[in-house]
Design a protein around this ligand. Structure first.
Ligand code: PRX
Length: 653
């Protein structure tokens, strides 16, 4: 990224205010404790933050890397930790979630109410034959039932696979098949941009051949849209959960019992089922949520704007906040419905104190202008967070000034679906903040920036980001694909003297102080609005269309979304008579959306006569990126034919 040099000259510094520091959850001795005894530090966190039905005696088993086992002889119930124990501690009346539907309907769930609802749902799931280890797919809008469903599955020791509601029937089916899910929990539909978008019809379509592993579909009524019904397979939530018993005792499961699978894009067309387990994951997310967000559960109102379909929704909407007994806001719809100040209206309405959002959203608000947030009282906010992609210093400073009233700390948190929880971030009240940099690994986390030769780079140098020691929230594997797990993350630096290092797939640079700046992915994974998309997956969706002979996809820089999907396609000669280039582009954009989901729809499709290839036949993505970003073509000397980048603008022939 060429702009990094100018970024590194960013010299604005924001030291913590003495008032914030005095009351901060995180104390600077955390760093000292963690470096003196890293494993002891994590064991203390696990004991301090969680309830163990059976206390553990071993902290980490790393005898067979890259397979890690944390707190393995301990037993706990994840849902009990998120619910029952808070009620038992006298916090049953505390609000767990203030939910706001997009049309403006609301629901408030206290810890006691949420606990009762999860127990009812757990009884229904158990009645449908869901047992420890079984997989349940969840395909829901951002409604409280999404969280209830996750926790009910967790309570039974079963494994959830949440599939983002924007994914297509094909994408859903691929995930159902890979995990062999027995049950799908969905809704008739949900609200988005003022309209109901159907979900149950997509589930029906994905199961239409009748040959999946799914035995039942449990349906929440939300959109009120008409749905087809398969007798014997389909059940309404309100006919079953609402009338079930709210007596349900949480059973203890081993700390390494699988908790969830979450699919994410890799460098091939097939998504990876990232597997997380229970005790280590919950320790990691509870610890990071409390310290990074400076959570005072008795008085804070916390809002992470992520959807439960992504890892941020798992770790920092559901598990971290609930383990800590936090009060959260959740919102069903889009930020601009029915007006562009909807988020700020909600901050004012609920008195939100901590807001966690993606840079894409911040940049969109910047574009709309400060007049929208300035219509609302945002003075309750005292801490802001950023996640999903690098936040440029301009957006960082705008976020602090306009949303944070010029005073709030901002934590720029680097992590991944695979890491389970936050790994690199400032700690508010301790760290002097630098706009644009994720800065330092958290106490207990060890990262390094390595050169191609595997040696740490010095300050002022760039390289590849690795995690050098196992951490409790780390992925335990790729679902049923151990070889891919080893190859993707552990092979690049397999021969390090103290065991294999985890390669994150990100480039990073250390500045003169040694602080870390993230530079984006170094593989064929794109980051669009903080969501990961695979170039290969979109290319294969494009070539599945009968018109397409060949395709290449790149992530092009985009002012708002970070990167945008740009595709280059060669259309078959037989289609030349029936469509113009712009018609073909339109049809193909819709096709990708239908195959994968609207998030993957290319921003632009260029119809070309040939793709630039090296003499060995490799597509030169660098050149395609130049075109997509509107630059002069870079070095073309290795091309077979320097004239190939002719873009068809009108008739195909
Ligand atoms: O490239 C990094 C980027 O998002 C990737 C992880 O994507 P995903 O698994 O979908 O999880 C997103 C939410 C945690 C990383 O490999 N990324 C995430 N956070 C940051 C970031 N890049 C720069 N700065 C961040 N704070």
């Amino acid at each position: 990224m060429s702009s990094i040099d100018s970024l590194l000259h960013e010299d604005r510094r924001f030291p913590p205010s003495p008032e914030f520091a005095a009351d901060a959850v995180a104390k600077s001795d955390l760093y000292g404790q963690a470096s003196a005894d890293r494993l002891g530090f994590w064991a203390d966190r696990a004991r301090e933050l969680l309830h163990w039905h059976t206390p553990f005696t071993q902290t980490l088993d790393w005898s067979a890397p890259p397979v890690a086992r944390w707190f393995a002889d301990g037993e706990l119930n994840v849902a009990y930790n998120c619910l029952d124990r808070h009620v038992a501690d006298g916090h049953g009346d505390r609000v767990a979630y203030h939910w706001e539907g997009e049309p403006g309907d609301t629901r408030t769930l206290t810890y006691a109410e949420l606990t009762a609802e999860v127990k009812r749902a757990a009884n229904v799931l158990a009645g449908l034959g869901i047992r420890a280890g079984d997989r349940v797919a969840i395909y829901l809008p951002m409604i409280p039932e999404a969280i209830v469903a996750m926790l009910a599955v967790a309570r039974l020791g079963a494994v959830h696979s949440v599939v983002f509601g924007g994914f297509s029937a094909d994408s859903l089916r691929t995930r159902i098949d890979d995990a062999e899910a027995k049950l799908v929990i969905t809704a008739d539909g949900g609200y988005r941009k003022g309209k109901v978008f159907p979900l149950k019809p997509t589930v029906d379509e994905s199961l239409a051949d009748g040959r999946s592993t799914v035995e039942h579909v449990l349906v929440v009524r939300r959109g009120g849209n008409e749905v087809a019904w398969t007798e014997g397979r389909d059940l309404w939530w309100h006919d079953t959960v609402a009338t079930a018993s709210d007596e349900h005792e949480a059973e203890a499961f081993p700390a390494e019992n699988p908790l969830f699978i979450l699919y994410t894009s890799g460098t091939t067309g097939k998504p990876k089922g990232i597997l997380h387990t229970s005790g280590g994951y919950l320790t990691h997310v509870a610890y990071t949520h409390r310290n990074v967000f400076d959570l005072h559960p008795e008085r804070d109102v916390y809002w992470s704007t992520a959807d439960v379909g992504w890892v941020t929704g798992h770790s920092y909407v559901v598990y971290g906040p609930l383990a800590n007994g936090a009060t959260s806001v959740i919102y069903e719809g889009t930020p601009d419905t029915p007006h562009p100040g909807r988020w700020w209206e909600l901050v004012q309405k609920y008195g939100v104190t901590i807001l966690y959002a993606a840079p894409t959203a911040i940049r969109t608000f910047m574009k709309i202008g400060r007049q929208e947030p300035q219509k609302w009282d945002l003075s309750s906010l005292r801490l802001l967070g950023s996640v999903g992609e690098p936040i440029n210093p301009e957006a960082w400073v705008w976020y602090r000034d306009i949303i944070g009233g010029g005073t709030t700390p901002i934590v720029d948190t680097w992590w991944q679906t695979e890491t389970g929880g936050i790994m690199i971030s400032a700690l508010p009240g301790i760290t002097t903040l630098k706009p644009g940099s994720a800065q330092v690994p958290l106490p207990g986390v060890s990262v390094e920036v390595l050169g191609e030769d595997g040696q740490p780079v010095g300050n002022g140098q760039g390289g590849l980001l690795v995690v050098t020691e196992p951490w409790p929230g780390m992925l335990r594997g790729i679902w049923r694909d151990e070889q891919r797990f080893r190859e993707t993350y552990w092979e690049r630096f397999a021969d390090a003297p103290d065991g294999p290092l985890y390669f994150a797939g990100d480039g990073a640079r250390r500045d003169a102080d040694g602080d870390i700046w993230l530079l984006g992915r170094v593989d064929d994974v794109m980051n669009v609005s903080g969501h990961r998309l695979s170039t290969a997956e979109i290319e294969s969706a494009l070539v599945s269309h009968p018109w397409v002979a060949e395709s290449a996809v790149v992530g092009a820089r985009d002012e708002t979304t970070g990167q945008a999907v740009v595709a280059f396609v060669i259309v078959k000669a037989s289609q030349a008579e029936v469509a113009t280039a712009s018609e073909a582009a339109e049809v193909l954009r819709a096709h990708v959306s239908q195959q994968i989901g609207a998030i993957a729809r290319p921003r632009q499709i260029f119809v070309v006569t040939e793709l630039p290839k090296t003499r060995s036949g490799k597509i030169m993505r660098r050149l395609l990126r130049d075109v997509a970003e509107g630059r002069e073509l870079g070095d073309t000397t290795t091309l077979t034919d320097a004239g190939v980048m002719q873009v068809i603008t009108d008739r195909l022939r």
